[in-house]
Design a protein around this ligand. Sequence first.
Ligand SMILES: Nc1ncnc2c1ncn2[C@@H]1O[C@H](COP(=O)(O)OP(=O)(O)OP(=O)(O)O)[C@@H](O)[C@H]1O
Length: 687
Amino acid sequence: MDSFPRLWPYLRPYRQRLCLSFVLGIVIAALWGANLTVAFPIIKVLLEHKSLHEYVNETIETAEQEETQLLASKNEMDRNLAAFDAAAVDKHSAEYVETLRKSARIQRDIATRQNTMYQFGWLKMSVMPWVPVDEFEAFCGLLALLIGATALKGVLMYWQDVEIGRVSEATVMGVRKELLRRVLDLDYQSLSLEGPSGLMSRFTYDAEQLSSGITTLGGRMIREPLKCLACMFVALYFNWRLTLLSLIFIPLLGLFLSRLGSMLKRASRRMMESMSQIYKVLEETVDGLKVVIGFHNAEHHRKLFDQQYAVYFKKAMKVVRIDGAARPLLELLGIAAMFMALVPGAYLVMRGKTDIWGVQLTSHVMDGAELGLLYAVLAGLLDPCRKLSSVFPRLKRSTAAIDRIFAMIDQQSLITSPADAEPMPRHHESIEFRDVSFRYLGKDQKTQRSLALEHVDLKVRFGEVVAIVGPNGCGKSTLVNLLPRFYDPDGGDIFIDERPMKDLPLEDLRRQVGVVMQDTVLFDGSVLDNIRYGSDSVSRAQLEEAARRAHVLPIIQSLPNGFETLIGGKGKELSGGQRQRIALARMILRDPAILVLDEATSAADAESEALIHLALKEFVKGRTTFLISHTISQSLLDFVTRIVVMEKGQIVASGSHEQLLETCPIYHRLYHSPSRQLGITAVKKAA
Ligand SMILES: Nc1ncnc2c1ncn2[C@@H]1O[C@H](COP(=O)(O)OP(=O)(O)OP(=O)(O)O)[C@@H](O)[C@H]1O
């Protein structure tokens, strides 16, 4: 429950509906209590074959007679006391005190009878004229009343459920929107560590638990305790002494619920974490479907899924077991509480007494019908308790979900934009890596990865086209990923036009850095939507020009609906090379001052690649370009101005193709390797 206050900002706009739900809960509870009290006249009519009119009249007469007797006794007591006073008897003597005590008790009994006379007098005047005299007709009338009240209660419960359902859906929508907003503000590294499965499970499974918690909290959690209260109120009114006896169990119940609550919350959190793992397996399987089918390895993924599900199942069963044990235990406590009142009550009815061992438990000798009413009301108290026991696990699952969701919402981005930073003019001078070191974060605090970049120094003048080459895993992509601040260096700094990159407004920086990766990301929509992604205000002519420069225009024109052709989720209706060229057109349209091409043409055929290089030769003019390519072709060397060689996170050589062939054995080896697989980030000065 401690986590629910976090939801208040999202619930606030719907507070009126929450209030309405509360009011409805009160009415429902009142109807519930009233329905139970109907048991009393029904028992009277059925068991004692007494008309209700007779019963009311008899009760008034009995109360009057008893009052007269009691008044006589009271007068006698008063006389005795006066006699004691006259005889100057010690007021602390046992005799005097006992007389005083008796007098007070009689006074209280007189008040009770007067109260009964008043209430039954009111019944006789206001209600009995409507009650049939015939026993059977009265019985039918009572049943009709019961059905009417139950129907009304049903309508109100429906209304309350609809209201709270609306509040729950709207609140979860608000939380999901906020979660997405915060997720999009987070840095790439934190998001990568969380992974798509962790995010998706928060948006789906956890958010559903949240919704179920709000529905429960606003519906049953209001209704059922109020029903309990209504029953308790009736029971207290009817016989407060016996009712208090049964309430002795409340502290025990509280202790039990709090222990159960913490166990459930812990178990639920583990269950949700486990669900994230299932999402992960599913995501990997679906994303890598081609590989799974191609390698005929579905069995492996089935096994992985089964393994993860077995873990989830174990954790879910723990929740089920705690939940399952809660209900009977709660019921047992409830029955025990009921018996605490009923056993002495039954004793008093059977013996015709009002006290046990001198402790007065009833104001008058109870009859069977009164004990029946007490039983009905206490049993009525048990039903909401039982229902509450079933909502308890749901609430605990919800609090675990709230904790998980808000942990993400509260997470601070590792990359922030400096406050009040001066705008960044278009890059025009240089980009400099000064003693830059970087290490990827481990999944947990304990594992520390080795440095991916180690004391890198590199200065690139504006307009240069730099190719970065090196064996797999030497840190090429990591180096260029620092430019749009996907990550920040752990040591050293990067300067753009002599200003530390961290001092530049993040938005300005990212607008100036255009990135095209090997894993082209396209979105569900048309070709046009994908090319103008992030540059909404461009004209159709500009769009076509960008497509032409990326050598994708003829391809687009050959599509069934040209630019309007829908390319499916992630652009899966296009080939890898076509997707890369669309991504290139998108980047060309953005007109960035700093260009990062990380194996951006790896999927293009040799002819297309040469054509793209030709286009890039023009495009790189007036910007600084970083390029990684695994093949060094003549067309690439034509516009690269400098080649930088990396190994094990460090820059080991820098120069022209010819110089490096002569002086750098690594470059020589890479260039002359049979596959000519070079890791290149090429830079060439615009011709
Ligand atoms: N997201 C990541 N989390 C942890 N370690 C990473 C991550 N990305 C890369 N690394 C590690 O950092 C090192 C450098 O990786 P990087 O991708 O920069 O190499 P690369 O030179 O671009 O390789 P390739 O030529 O294969 O693309 C590698 O050892 C790699 O295992």
